[in-house]
Design a protein around this ligand. Structure first.
Ligand code: BGC
Length: 753
């Protein structure tokens, strides 16, 4: 037996012997220090690791479904139980679009389906914290009902490039919109007395070689762009846990970065919760714990050995171990499981489906509506084309997926709304889809639709003679482990021909394109062809009904883009420093996922093993505002079926805040909602500033024709500061600040000393 192990066993026995009374000692919220003193070293090290250790020490293995599966089948991980001290294991499960657990259990007839809510991109497009909060609250109620303690969500990494495979799970290219959306989500989930895990902290902006790639980011861009969403979410919503990311940041794994996990997160932002690793993330377990990564998931044997070794050689202190153990226990005592809650396994799936539908309608973005092509007459007949019309993509894949009971396609949604579907097209697509049924594994690894087809011109002409309008859906799906291929950004040749042929056949009748995507695609080359374009995103399991609500005008669209739709990928400032791969997803998974990064001895591959964030703070509209070529659809863009008029805005200093208000009036003929953003433009100072930066936003209630609302938005004066890397602090120049909302609204200036 190894000396160390022997020592530890002795330590354990001694502590039991010297504390005869400990048999009675049980964990409570008030005796955590006492419990820490009572734990053996072995128990402490186990508490820093999840219980999902794979049988063999294989870093590539998926989480072992041992302990996690016993506690909550299909959950991603658990913490370690110490029964003698009344410390239960708690369950951690994904993810951003709703709880991801196994829908079936061996020897059990009951089903355990969860609701698939709209993807993150759609939630951010609502620009409505109340809607996001309501989605979070519904998700959290399922987390509680199924006996889960912490939901591994939301993800609020910045959308740096349209091709990041996980953009659908994230919120925005703008840190304020991303941060506030995350905060609303967390508040909603946690209102149920269950926890969240704000992830992936930080700069996990590409999936290619995500476990090893190094994000090389300037201190200013880091603070202002990439950390700010996390800072806002931590300060406004206090998530129970934060999840460190896989990647390195300026040479150090984020899970091993004391600067990130301790100095900034805890020191600067005052965070007191727990930090867990992403699954199999980080490299050196001891360095992780020293840095403040309290819990290592899913927990591997070699990590235990490494912690033991580092304790013995003094490179890891018992004080650091105790500090992290304490945070694990502080998390445990907050959970439903600790309080003896028994899973009801009876979430209100019907109510939650309704919440999906309502939220989804609030985040869809109307990009074009020439000659009032939309809304369609709900009693009309429509020719429906595109695979995604009949097999609508409800959400992305990987841990961002959900095992939901059903999904409503656009075809079903339109039929439910009372529309008649032109039978010729319907048959063509249904036949093609039947030939390629989804496999259960597709949900995790990537459920892709069959290749798009091109119905013959004669069929299209028949459909055009029969139907009042045509709708074509273009769908995209992606997920963790791989970024989108370059070609995924553009329409395929078949999709492009389909659109042009349909437009010719349907001349004089409305042709509508529905984008069923998780992130931007190219639109500039074809957007003049259809009469209307609705970006419906990946709208969750009630997607088809929600799409029909907007297409038929039951709900007036009020979503606004949370990121820019560029004209081309080449226009995107991060593109020269992004992988930009052209291969199939399968090839990407084989070559670039997992731990397949460079070793210390191989030459580092640019954009694969490292990425220079050379665009610095000029991400998204901060860049495009200064770019001469323009964009397809700008950040914040979105049309409505009605029109709004604005009064004269006012902005003034009130205490440590700026208060902005403006009157908004619905001057059109149908009820609708309007988003009001406020951007600040700073006076010229020592640091270069973007032309404008979003500081706050609000959305009106449903305004009837002729109705007005005074919209008020306030934000801290301190949020006008920029990070000065030389001074190593946030600085704000005195002078005249200009506040703008949209081209329809006058600007207003305030002098701030
Ligand atoms: C993902 C996380 C997820 C975890 C647990 C990882 O692969 O990056 O977002 O929460 O798995 O499933």
């Amino acid at each position: 037996m190894k000396f160390k192990t022997l020592l530890m066993m002795c330590a354990g026995t001694m502590s039991m012997a010297t504390n005869g009374q400990t048999n009675q000692l049980r964990l409570t919220a008030d005796n955590i220090d006492q419990i820490v003193a009572e734990l053996t070293t072995d128990e402490k090290l186990h508490l820093l690791l999840g219980t999902g250790m794979p049988g063999e020490d294989n870093p590539h293995a998926m989480p072992a479904v041992g302990a996690s599966d016993k506690l909550l089948p299909g959950s991603a991980g658990t913490t370690y139980p110490v029964e003698r001290l009344g410390i239960p294991a708690i369950a951690l499960a994904d993810g951003p679009a709703g709880l991801r657990i196994s829908p079936k259990r061996a020897g059990d007839d009951q089903t355990y389906y969860c609701t698939r809510f709209p993807s993150g991109t759609l939630l951010a497009s609502t620009w409505d914290s109340a809607v996001v909060d309501s989605v979070g609250a519904a998700m959290g109620s399922e987390v509680l009902a199924y006996g889960c303690d912490v939901l591994l969500a939301p993800g609020t990494n910045i959308m740096r490039n349209p091709l990041c495979g996980r953009n659908f799970e994230y919120f925005s290219e703008d840190p304020v919109l991303a941060g506030k959306t995350a905060a609303a989500y967390i508040k909603g989930v946690q209102s149920n007395g269950v926890g969240t895990s704000l992830k992936h902290f930080a700069c996990n902006n590409q999936e290619t070689c995500r476990n090893t790639t190094d994000a090389r980011v300037s201190e200013r861009a880091l603070r202002e762009i990439y950390l700010q969403p996390f800072e806002i979410a931590v300060q406004e919503a206090n998530p129970w846990t934060v999840m460190s990311s896989y990647n390195k940041l300026n040479g150090t794994h984020t899970a091993e970065s004391a600067k990130l996990l301790t100095d900034i997160l805890r020191g600067d932002w005052g965070y007191e919760g727990l930090v867990m690793s992403d699954w199999f993330g980080g490299k050196d377990a001891a360095a992780m714990v020293s840095a403040g990564n309290d819990l290592l998931e899913p927990g591997m044997r070699h990590q235990y050995a490494r912690l033991e070794e580092a304790l013995a050689d003094g490179s890891l202190t018992m004080a650091d171990v105790d500090r992290s153990v304490k945070r694990v226990l502080e998390l445990v005592v907050r959970t439903p499981r600790f309080h003896g809650y028994k899973a009801t396994n009876a979430p209100d799936l019907q109510r939650d489906a309704q919440i999906v539908r309502e939220a989804a309608t609030q985040g869809m973005v109307l990009l074009k509506n020439e000659n009032k092509a939309l809304p369609l007459n709900s009693k009309g007949k429509v020719a429906l084309l595109g695979m995604g019309s009949y097999a609508t993509v409800a959400g992305g894949t990987g841990s961002g997926g959900v095992n939901n009971a059903y999904e409503v396609s656009l075809a079903e949604g339109l039929a439910n709304a009372g529309m008649t579907l032109e039978p010729g097209m319907r048959e063509i697509y249904e036949t093609a889809l039947k030939a390629k049924p989804k496999k259960p594994d597709d949900l995790y690894w990537g459920a892709f639709l069959p290749e798009e087809i091109l119905p013959e011109t004669a069929f299209l002409q028949n459909a055009a003679a029969d139907a009042d309008a045509a709708i074509i859906t273009f769908s995209r799906s992606s997920g963790e482990f791989a970024d989108r291929a370059v070609s995924d950004f553009s329409l395929t040749a078949t999709e492009d021909s389909l659109l042009r042929r349909v437009a010719r056949a349907f001349e004089g009748k409305p042709v509508v394109v529905v984008l069923n995507v998780g992130a931007p695609i190219e639109t500039a080359s074809w957007c003049d062809v259809p009469g209307a374009i609705l970006c419906a995103w990946q709208p969750g399991q009630e997607g088809g009904n929600a799409m029909a609500d907007v297409l038929t005008g039951r709900v007036n669209p009020s979503g606004r883009l949370p990121m820019t739709f560029p004209m081309t990928l080449a226009d995107v400032p991060s593109t020269p420093n992004f992988p930009m791969l052209e291969m199939t997803r399968k090839e990407m998974l084989e070559k670039f996922s997992g731990f397949a990064g460079a070793t210390d001895t191989t030459a580092l591959r640019r954009n694969i093993d490292y990425a220079d964030y050379a665009e610095d703070i000029f991400v998204g509209y901060r860049h495009f505002d200064l770019a001469p070529q323009g964009v397809a659809y700008p950040f914040g863009y979105g049309l409505s079926y009605t029109e709004f008029e604005y009064g004269q805005p006012q902005a003034k200093i009130e205490g440590d805040k700026i208060k902005y208000n403006v009157q908004v009036k619905n001057v059109g003929s149908v009820a609708g909602r309007e988003v009001v953003p406020v951007y600040a433009s700073a006076p010229r100072g020592a640091l270069t500033k973007p032309l404008r930066e979003l500081k706050g936003y609000s959305k009106t209630g449903l305004l009837q024709p002729g109705e007005s609302e005074m919209v008020e938005i306030s934000f801290p004066i301190a949020s006008l500061a920029s990070y000065d890397p030389e001074a190593e602090k946030w600085v704000r120049d005195g002078g005249t600040y200009n506040f703008s909302s949209s081209p329809k609204v006058a600007n207003v200036s305030v002098k701030i000393d």
